[in-house]
Design a protein around this ligand. Structure first.
Ligand code: ZN
Length: 350
């Protein structure tokens, strides 16, 4: 089969690799129908994070189950499934706490030694605990829902996690820092799922702003830094917002999050802090801010997200503005790295 491989910073190729096979009785082999390029894939592409040469890429995919191991009970061949970006047994103490991202037997697709989503098929460990089936299967689910289901594998669950950690409640006001796919999904989650009344989106890119507004952003703030903080405060009677989602992970975005949070407010942070090794804690302490950071346990949210998407009440699909065949994955990385594209969807099945 064909799969994307990382060669070096700036170089991604598609080559022939061995077909995946069942290696544990709890495994499934999934034929990939749609896969995505994630903002986090770009850290190694840009050379900020080291990655092994010729390692598999991608951790966001939906597909059809081809084969299951002898101990797999809830997933059958022919099922249409969504995989969260980490696999989990869904039974260990962390999983029972709803922290499947900390699963004792867990791992991440595209990590060293694992299959990646950016290929034609994937070996999925702990298939019962990991995969969520889509009712109706490939014959009963319209392909127009595939982008939304694919978004649920990471960015929609991650955006929702940020909004949940920020404590967003019915009728509240929230600010979202970051207009990438995760930030845009946080906007959608805050309004559509959690019932926020006012959603500020910090964005100055017309294409991203348009998606943000369609997802329910009520106020778009183009200013950054101190000016961005002042703009949000001005719109909230000088008080700031009770809920802030931080979806970037840089010192600058954290300074904005702390600066625009109302005293006693909460920041939910999902931006991966590759370039923010330290966080000044004086201001958060003086203003009684709650700082909640976390990689999203997408599996916890996935059944609900899939139900909403198939019911037609949630559509994060518009975060994908570009569709490419798997063979053109290199073009997709380049387009996302230059911010020319918000998010790439790949069609490994052709
Ligand atoms: Zn577990």
């Amino acid at each position: 089969m064909r799969a994307a491989l990382y060669l070096s910073a700036g170089t991604v190729v598609v080559e022939d690799v061995p077909d995946p096979v069942l290696s544990e009785p709890t495994d499934a082999v999934v034929r990939v129908v749609r896969a995505a390029v994630c903002g986090s894939d770009l850290w190694s592409y840009r050379g900020v994070v080291k990655r092994a040469e010729r390692s598999r890429l991608g951790h966001e995919f939906i597909g059809v189950v081809e084969e299951v191991g002898a101990e797999v009970r809830t997933v059958r061949p022919g099922d249409l499934v969504v995989a969260p970006f980490t696999w989990s047994d869904n039974t260990c103490p962390h999983c029972r706490d709803g922290l499947q991202s900390s699963c004792e037997r867990g791992g991440t697709f595209g990590a060293p030694g694992a299959d990646g989503g950016q290929g034609q098929a994937v070996r999925v460990p702990w298939a019962d605990g990991t995969l969520v089936t889509v009712p109706g299967g490939p014959a009963g689910v319209d392909a127009s829902l595939y982008p939304a289901l694919l978004a649920a594998s990471d960015v929609m669950g991650t955006g929702l996690h940020g909004a949940v950690m920020a404590g967003v409640t019915e009728g509240s006001a929230v600010a979202v820092i970051g207009d990438g796919a995760v930030g845009l999904c946080a906007v959608l989650a805050a309004g559509t799922i959690l019932g926020a009344e006012r959603v500020f989106l910090m964005s100055r890119h017309a294409d991203r702003t348009a998606v943000g507004k369609a997802f329910g952003a009520t106020d778009v703030i183009a200013e950054r830094g101190e000016e961005g903080i002042a703009a949000v405060r001005e719109q909230t009677g000088g008080l700031g917002v009770r809920h802030v989602v931080e979806a970037v992970g840089t010192p600058e975005s954290w300074a904005m999050a702390v600066g625009m949070a109302r005293d006693g407010g909460s920041i939910g942070a999902v931006g991966v802090p590759h370039t923010a090794p330290t966080l000044p804690l004086f201001q958060p302490l003086i203003h009684n801010l709650r700082l909640n950071l976390g990689i999203a346990p997408v599996r916890r949210y996935l059944p609900d997200l899939v139900a909403r998407i198939t019911a037609g009440t949630l559509d994060p699909g518009p975060v994908f503005d570009t569709v490419l065949p798997l063979e053109d994955v290199a073009r997709g990385y380049a387009a996302m790295a230059s911010r020319e594209s918000i998010k790439i969807m790949l069609t490994p099945g052709g």
